[in-house]
Design a protein around this ligand. Structure first.
Ligand code: MBD
Ligand code: FE
Length: 291
């Protein structure tokens, strides 16, 4: 990572570079099977692989898919791997249903997809903090504050609120060139009342890279490439289930038609003019389910 101190970066961001970084990050997580990534329950693999293949066969028959289309699919799938865009592809078009199934029974705050750009271990602060940012970080200042409680209303002092988001140009640190390593990424530890206050800047809408395989699919299908502006969060506390979520901004573009299908009504914020100083502020509480 470079330690650029000016806000003029991201111009040279490429699908291949952010894809490679997201692929590397995912590999370092080592979940979903043994160390080599192999799932271990033979019967489960049999069931899932058989059903996925049957669903593909069914589409081929119903749509009378041609050899030209089969070859186009093959070359596109090969290219997704070469671009490192499997994390992006899966998180944009598949993860939202996995999240729906995983969290169906939760009573507390709604989650949504994690996406490809989380990095663990961001700088940590007590109670109130400004996220690490460049001295001339562009964007409207935003104060995000609230409390973390358990489902029964008990405050959760020491709860951890991890936040990461794109800058005002739509770029994520560690996935676009020229941004300081932890730009707009931080962890705040809730105070004795479960309270937290995070100062940051409003993120921009995010455009899926247009120069990679996902961008080619979007163009070929006549879709748009946009996610609405969003804050990513992981909120956790001892004895409670971690919530991975995102928050959006009422009235901003693509809140109604997120390419990643990850908006829920409970996740849309309505910031107001800040009472002290410039920018906006919003209060939003988190409720965690017990383990
Ligand atoms: C993002 O910023 C994101 O959150 C998701 C889910 C996919 C692509 C980019
Ligand atoms: Fe994102």
């Amino acid at each position: 990572m470079t330690d650029a101190t000016t806000a003029t970066t991201g111009a040279a961001a490429t699908a291949a570079a952010s894809g490679a970084a997201a692929t590397e990050r995912f590999r370092s997580k080592r979940t979903g099977g043994d160390a080599a990534g192999n799932a271990t329950d033979t019967r489960r693999v049999d069931t899932l692989a058989t059903e996925v293949l049957a669903a593909v066969h069914e589409v081929i028959r119903r749509q009378r898919v041609s050899y030209a289309e089969y070859d186009a699919l093959k070359s596109w799938l090969i290219q997704v791997g070469q671009d490192g865009e499997w994390p992006l592809f899966l998180d944009v078009w598949v993860e939202h249903v996995v999240e729906e199934v995983a969290n169906a029974d939760r009573l507390g705050s709604k989650g949504t997809i994690e996406g490809p750009y989380y990095v663990p271990g961001s700088p940590s602060f007590d109670g109130a903090a400004t996220l690490p940012m460049r001295p001339d970080e562009p964007g409207v200042p935003l104060l995000f504050q609230g409390r973390v409680t358990s489902v029964d209303g008990t405050p959760l002092p020491g709860a951890r609120i991890e936040m990461w988001h794109a800058d005002a140009e739509g770029f994520y640190s560690q996935y676009a060139p020229g941004l300081p390593e932890w730009n707009l990424r931080g962890t705040v530890v809730a105070d004795g009342r479960g309270g937290f206050a995070i100062r940051t800047v409003e993120p921009a809408p995010y455009q899926i890279p247009t120069d990679g395989s996902c961008g080619r699919l979007i163009a070929a299908a006549g879709w748009h490439a946009w996610r609405p502006a969003h804050l990513h969060l992981k909120v956790s506390a001892p004895g409670h289930q971690l919530v991975t979520t995102q928050l959006y901004f009422r009235g901003t573009s693509h809140v109604e038609d997120d390419i990643a299908s990850a908006v829920k009504p409970e996740l849309v914020l309505s910031p107001v003019a800040a009472r002290d100083g410039a920018g906006k502020e919003v209060t939003h509480d988190f409720v965690l389910d017990r383990i």
